[in-house]
Design a protein around this ligand. Structure first.
Ligand SMILES: [Mg+2]
Length: 371
């Protein structure tokens, strides 16, 4: 079999409602932008993959202007600090590895997880929020998720006044004593505007102490830059709250560092962004060998979610991330390019079982939206 060509579709899906990601203060998302790729072969099989979010932005001039115009070139230290966000843009090798797996699965008529020793059992999922909301609004959200069967919810902390975020967690805990709560700080990769705030060690330790008192915390995610292995390890040593990270770390060597330097309790590679499926399995093995949790990041689009579900189904994860923050970020918006969204049932997600990635593209919609 030989790859003969690749077709690209740039899709802009107008969302039903705006979404204000906590990790990008001041930004209101109204378009879900995805690059869909169809990798064609001489066997008549095509593999799909997608690049979404910031990774779709590959115009170097556009990015250089955004980060440099209006800034003083003599302040090199600060320019370098701002420019580190460039690591978050553009496709990675893993995006295209996923298309190869889709082809392999379609060639033999099996879902990817079946080729790698997995099973189609439902995977327990946590509802992953994406916005900062006050206590009352967040309580209403959690109530809906609990009614749907979720037993875990991940909150975002990114307010200027950290105590406001802690208060939300405290109120949720009071109302739902048995709910597992995760907290994501999103400090590992600065996609926020240049000069965005990062946390000090004491900020993170203070929050970890508050969370210890709140109790039943699944993990505290990305308190520092994703390559600040030693700060993560120091924090991990000082708190009982598990420390998580890795979604934007690129390649298996970063995860080896996390393990060697005892930086994390929970490894969170993303099949699209961090490691692909083959190396994702290797990282899952590292987690197993060292008694760590494996809980991949999945916040992409429908194709990215499917790729991560295939990885989850052939490893031993503790949780599947299920991104949901209505009305802006619904399963329908997240998976707009699929025939139908992949939805959770009773707080768990069943991995797709059709061949390859197991999901079907809504080609009518793709042709309608493609520019
Ligand atoms: Mg995260």
């Amino acid at each position: 079999m030989e790859i003969t060509d690749i077709t690209e579709y740039t899709l802009e899906y107008e969302m039903d409602a705006t979404f204000e990601p906590s990790w990008y203060p001041g930004f209101e998302q109204s378009i879900h932008r995805v690059q869909l790729f169809e990798v064609e072969t001489d066997a008549g099989i095509t593999g799909i993959t997608s690049v979404s979010g910031d990774a779709t932005r590959v115009d170097a001039l556009d990015l250089a202007r955004e980060y440099l115009v209006g800034e003083d070139p003599r302040h090199v230290e600060q320019r370098l600090e701002d420019l580190r966000s460039l690591d978050s843009y553009g496709p990675r090798p893993w995006h295209f590895e996923v298309a190869c797996w889709d082809i392999v699965g379609k060639d033999v008529g099996k879902p990817v997880h079946a080729l790698l020793g997995g099973d189609p059992d439902p995977i327990p999922a946590y509802a992953s929020t994406g916005e900062l909301r006050g206590p009352d609004e967040r309580l209403a959200y959690v109530e809906e998720r609990v009614d749907e069967g979720f037993e875990a919810v991940k909150l975002r902390f990114h307010s200027e006044d950290i105590s406001e975020d802690v208060e939300v967690a405290r109120r949720v805990r009071e109302a739902f004593p048995d709910l597992t709560l995760m907290v994501d700080l999103n400090m590992a990769w600065s996609v926020s505007a240049p000069g965005g705030e990062t946390w000090t060690f004491d900020d993170a330790l203070g929050v970890a102490r508050e969370l210890e008192a709140i109790g039943n915390i699944g993990w505290l995610e990305e308190p520092f830059d994703g390559r600040n292995y030693d700060a993560l390890a120091r924090l991990r040593e000082k708190t009982d709250v598990p420390i998580a990270g890795g979604e934007f770390n690129d390649g298996v060597h970063h995860f080896r560092e996390f393990v060697d330097r005892e930086s994390l309790d929970v490894l969170q590679p993303d099949a699209m962004l961090s490691a692909g499926i083959l190396k994702g399995k290797l990282i899952a093995g590292l987690a197993d060998l060292h008694g760590l949790q494996f809980a991949p990041h999945t916040w992409n689009d429908g194709v990215g979610f499917a790729a991560n579900l295939q990885l989850l189904a052939c490893t031993n994860p503790t949780w599947c991330e299920y991104p949901i923050e209505p009305p802006g970020w619904t399963p329908e918006t997240r998976d707009f390019l699929l025939d139908e969204p992949v939805t959770a049932e009773d707080g768990a997600v069943r991995p797709p079982t059709d061949p390859g990635l197991g999901v079907a593209i809504d080609w009518d919609r793709v042709h309608e939206l493609a520019s």
